[in-house]
Design a binder for this molecule. Structure first.
Ligand code: ATR
Length: 357
């Protein structure tokens, strides 16, 4: 039996296990909602975006971006490329030479890429890292335009333009998924590594009412606190646990990625019952012990899927100039990360008025 006959037979015969790949792609929810994806085969007009990381094979980015491209009717595709750090410069130059539409960068490339892009958005100057690149061409009037807009004429020059969409995604996720406005809020932030530092700086930039920073390595929390005091004179910041209640407690540590990890918070110094809302930047598993404990204590909870979603949505908007189809991107991410089961990110169950898209 030829491959094609085998596929056709399997797709008709309900008793036969699905032919992996083909059947699987037909059964994806977002394909049902977005049939255009099947009507738009890859051809010579297809434009490419990519996410670079090392490792990369577990990246959920292509699932959400490809669902979004299909929903927007774009003949674009997003792919994941494993790029070792020593090859990052060459890989970015390669994207420029081959006129990819844009790139996303993930661990460990965000800091390294600052040295490899030709132009910076304000967001890169603010957060010191690049997670999104738009490839641009200069027209004969000297205007830089997204490269995909050059269909017939050739650009005089091509450049990479770096952006950072991570910090904005934190506050957007807090707003959309937990209904929290950072300005004026009392917040306990656990973790002062890469993600914790950006979160602390973003909360300060948004005029957080009072910020408490806790980190296993005390000196790192002190360094972040000092940086915030330098940059935001009016923000109240302390290293250590708060007394009384807080509006929000955020986990920005890696504690919870493994099933046997203890809580990232010291129970003797702070009970999660003191937090009205609790956010875990970890999204796999959907409910860490931290979130389960918070939920049992009556706090509202959300995981970091929203951060992943909103940084990707902003990247899509930077690349395409079109509003991101948020609901479709969220559904594609949940499908990719949590599979066919009924497990979803906790914020999927928040009232519709809080959901986006
Ligand atoms: P990311 O870029 O994801 O933030 P990171 O910079 O390595 O990664 O930061 C990891 C965070 O998890 C840090 O806050 C780290 O605490 P230290 O600064 O003391 O290393 C925290 N973390 C990692 N393992 C931990 C553990 N076993 N107990 C408590 N905190 C831990």
């Amino acid at each position: 039996m030829s491959l094609l006959t085998s596929v056709a037979t399997n797709s008709r015969n309900q008793e036969t296990p699905p032919f992996l790949g083909f059947e699987l792609s037909l059964r994806l929810n977002y394909n049902h909602r977005v049939p255009e994806e099947l009507a738009s085969p890859i051809n010579a007009s297809t434009r490419i975006c990519a996410v670079y990381g090392f490792p990369i094979k577990h990246s959920a980015s292509p699932s959400m971006q490809n669902a979004a491209f299909a929903a927007l009717g774009l003949n674009w595709r997003d792919m994941a490329c494993e790029v070792a750090p020593e090859n990052l410069r060459t890989a970015i130059e390669g994207a420029k030479a081959t006129r990819l539409v844009g790139l996303n960068l993930t661990v460990p490339h965000k800091l390294l890429a600052v040295d490899f892009v030709d132009a910076f958005d304000e967001s890169v100057k603010m957060w010191g890292a690049v997670n999104t690149i738009r490839i641009e061409g200069r027209d004969k009037n000297g205007t830089w335009l997204p490269i995909y807009q050059f269909t017939d004429v050739h650009p005089e020059k091509i450049r990479t333009h770096g952006f950072n969409t991570d910090a904005e995604a934190i506050t957007r996720s807090l707003r959309e998924d937990l209904n929290i406005e950072v300005a004026g809020s009392r917040v306990l932030l656990l973790g002062a590594g890469g993600a914790g530092r950006v979160a602390a700086l973003k909360l300060a930039a948004e005029n957080v009412g009072e910020l408490f920073l806790v980190n296993r390595t005390h000196s790192k929390a002190s360094a972040v606190a000092a940086e915030i005091r330098r940059r935001h004179l009016n923000v109240k910041i302390q290293v250590g646990y708060p007394r009384g209640e807080v509006d929000l407690c955020i986990n920005a540590t890696s504690m919870g990625l493994s099933p046997n990890d203890p809580l990232p918070v010291d129970n003797k110094q702070f009970s999660l019952r003191q937090a009205h809302a609790v956010y875990d930047m970890i999204y796999r598993p959907a409910e860490t012990l931290f979130l389960q404990t918070a939920k049992a204590g009556g706090s509202r909870i959300a995981n970091g899927l929203g951060m992943l979603l909103y940084q990707g949505a902003k990247a899509l908007e930077i690349w395409s100039g079109q509003p991101a189809p948020i609901a479709i991107m969220r559904a594609a991410l949940e499908k990719n990360i949590y599979g066919e089961s009924t497990v979803q990110s906790p914020q999927s169950t928040v009232p519709k008025s809080n959901a986006v898209g």
